[in-house]
Design a protein around this ligand. Structure first.
Ligand code: IFG
Length: 536
């Protein structure tokens, strides 16, 4: 090659590398330099109107202002301050005001678009201030989660990051499609302590989930103290799948979890699974068994082999006392009484048992929730059937609905977070099928079932069974990114949802999870954004 030409080639090569280099460095900043788009929020809002050319920059002296006379609104302000202080390094005092702020961040309980209802919000960003308006503190909390996502991913770091902390101008008016937006954690197969559950509550609250169902009892473990039956915890809670030490929540710990959830506007739904899935209770008290002999504690993963003794009176004393003590600790409206896989209980006994114990829930001031097999038993007012089937119709579910039940959708082949993503997923099961992110996202809770009216659907819940999960990182790997996908099904209008737009919005959540230390699955279906250069 001619020398001159070689020189030109070399220069241009250097130019390309340099440009590419700058381009690469540049690539790290446009994400930071351009404020996060209002169109990028997960779950996608009902409406988002960007204000072209308007940007709000959070000043170091900003205050967070909440209305006088609402401690719950002030608590949301403090929650926001706790989120933003570590990464911005700003003081962000939380003050109360009876007026209309003109700068900083305002959380107000007046002036919201009436469409926001009891859980929605209106978010306005101008050059001068950010205002979240809602009718309730829960609405303010959900607006704060959106505000959080509109700040750079670096805001999720727990050490001070360089700003600027910019927000794109505009207005979002948003409210949920469904009132029941849940996650479930099985703390029986493997026990997870208070700190793990609190971390999971932190993580799911980012996506406007408002219910955490705790599966507190099963064959392998009983996880909540019952004063009238102390061996349930001390014996029934003494092991877990694989033979580990297990554990249980004291009443004080359960109460702490309930309060922690409530501060994130999440309601706890406790489950005592009956009459099957009861080996831990049967192993704790011989007298609960029909043959007066306690079976050994169970550390395997089979299901369907246990049953409370339907013919013994002590069984009903037991159930009534357990439910009464649990109800007294549970401010939420529901007690979940299980009812699944009662393979060792005859159909007649199942109906006899369920018809006799359901009133105990009502007597304790709560409403019955159960797996959809509960449709075999009589209706009780307000009852919820939780659908966990893999088919588009089910006789027990139809029976429940025909008797007046509402439905929470947890189809095992769409919403079970313990299902493997692919055959290569190291954790999880696959009996309901493999669930990659697109499978978890691409369905409509209102129309999946052929013979259940859309009006019967209360919402969606994503169960996380823990036969194969032993630690927080396992829970995170299975929940992220599918839980945000299911959260969008539960919150956003069906008309606003489509996979191609969602996967890009989901990809932009990746750096936020990296900054939070969430151990998420980098699904090949998702175009993951590059994480910002943040310290943890
Ligand atoms: N089905 C059982 C769960 C659990 C699950 C694991 C329900 C309602 C399989 N019952 O799901 O206890 O073992 O995927």
């Amino acid at each position: 090659m001619h020398r001159r030409a070689r020189q030109v080639l070399l220069v241009s090569a250097v130019a390309v590398v340099t440009a590419a280099g700058f381009a690469w460095i540049g690539a790290a900043t446009p994400a930071d330099a351009a404020p996060v788009s209002l169109q990028s929020v997960v779950p996608v809002p009902v409406s988002a109107q960007p204000a072209a050319g308007v940007t709000y920059t959070l000043p170091a002296a900003a205050t967070i202002q909440t209305p006088t006379g609402s401690p719950a609104a002030t608590a949301v302000g403090s929650y926001l301050a706790d989120l933003l202080r570590p990464s911005t390094g700003y003081a962000l005092p939380v003050t109360t005001t009876s007026g209309t702020p003109t700068s900083g961040i305002a959380l107000l309980l007046s002036g919201a678009d009436p469409s926001v209802g009891s859980e929605g919000y209106q978010l306005d960003v101008t050059a001068a201030l950010v205002t979240v308006r809602a009718q309730t503190p829960a609405g303010l909390f959900h607006g704060v989660q959106t505000l959080r996502q509109l700040l750079p991913a670096a805001v999720e770091a727990r050490t001070v990051q360089p700003g600027p902390w910019e927000l794109a101008g505009g207005r979002i008016v948003d409210y949920p499609r469904y009132g029941y937006r849940g996650a479930m954690l099985d703390v029986s197969r493997h026990f997870f302590g208070v700190d793990v559950v609190k971390r999971y509550l932190d993580e799911i609250s980012q996506y406007k989930i408002n219910t955490l169902h705790l599966h507190l009892s099963d064959d392998q473990g009983w996880r909540i103290v019952v004063d009238a039956w102390p061996r349930l915890a001390t014996v029934g809670g003494s092991t877990q799948v694989g033979g580990g030490a297990g554990g249980y929540y004291t009443k004080a710990q359960y109460t702490d979890l309930v309060a922690y959830a409530a501060a994130r506007h999440i309601t706890i739904v406790p489950e005592i699974d009956m009459p099957g899935h009861t080996n831990a209770a049967l192993a704790s008290y011989a007298e609960l068994n029909c043959n007066n002999t306690a079976p050994p504690l169970y550390t395997g993963t089979s299901v369907g082999f246990s049953s409370l003794c339907v013919g013994k009176e002590i069984t009903y004393t037991f159930v009534q006392q357990v439910l009464a003590e649990l109800a007294a600790l549970t401010p939420g409206p529901y007690l979940h009484i299980g009812g699944d896989e009662a393979n060792s209980t005859s159909d007649a006994d199942y109906r006899t048992f369920m018809n006799r114990i359901q009133p105990f829930v009502g007597n304790a001031g709560k409403t019955v929730m159960g797996w959809h097999q509960l449709g075999q038993a009589d209706h009780t007012p307000g009852r919820i059937a939780q659908y966990w089937g893999t088919t588009t119709s089910d006789a027990d579910l139809s029976a429940a609905v025909s008797k007046g039940a509402k439905v929470v959708m947890s189809p095992a082949n769409k919403a079970y977070l313990d299902m493997k993503y692919t055959n290569q997923t190291p954790l999880g099961l696959s009996w309901a099928g493999l669930i990659e992110v697109q499978t978890a996202y691409n369905w409509d809770p209102a129309t999946l079932l052929t013979n259940v009216p859309a009006s019967a659907i209360l919402g969606v819940e994503a169960p996380m069974w823990s036969e194969t999960l032993t630690k927080l990182a396992d829970i995170e790997f299975m929940a992220f990114p599918r839980l945000p996908a299911l959260a969008e099904l539960a919150w956003s209008p069906q008309s606003a949802r489509n996979w191609d737009a969602f996967k890009t919005r989901l990809g932009a959540q990746g750096p936020r999870w990296t900054a939070q230390g969430i151990n998420f699955y980098r699904s090949p279906q998702v175009p993951w954004a590059t994480p910002p250069a943040t310290g943890r």
